[in-house]
Design a protein. Structure first.
Length: 133
């Protein structure tokens, strides 16, 4: 990394899929990148905030929300995983998700696994689930 430029070396010439996973942004994927023996300038690569997943804890009267751990992982290539273990007011938010199918697993402490679901993300929207008793 040199300033705002990234230099990658020692790649075999050919056609590659460029995948940059730089949280808090969504993974950047560009297919069909031709790399030869000489330097290749790919220009400016635009980042995206990506999609979000929100888990809301359904609280009962007088109950405090437990600590939630949320793990969101892409189901197909390229691999990408995001995790959050904090709750603010019973809400856990995972950001920087790319498009595609993702497995979402939510654990409550105490309580164990409260959600295990595959969701489809478009790369920009927020998907929300309410979890709890």
């Amino acid at each position: 990394l040199q300033g705002r430029s990234l230099r990658i070396a020692n790649w075999e010439p050919g056609t590659w899929t460029l995948w940059i996973d730089a949280w808090p942004f969504a993974p950047y994927v560009r297919e069909g990148v031709e790399l030869g023996d000489e330097d290749v300038d790919l220009g400016t690569l635009k980042t995206s905030d990506g999609a979000s997943f929100v888990a809301r804890w359904r609280t009962q009267a007088g109950e405090e929300a437990p600590r939630l751990t949320v793990l969101v992982g892409r189901e197909g290539p390229p691999p990408s995983v995001r995790r959050v273990d904090r709750v603010e007011g019973g809400v856990a938010r995972v950001t920087g998700l790319g498009p595609g199918d993702h497995r979402v697993v939510v654990h409550a402490e105490p309580g164990g696994r409260v959600l295990d679901e595959v969701i489809a993300l478009d790369g920009t929207s927020t998907v929300e689930r309410t979890v709890g008793p």
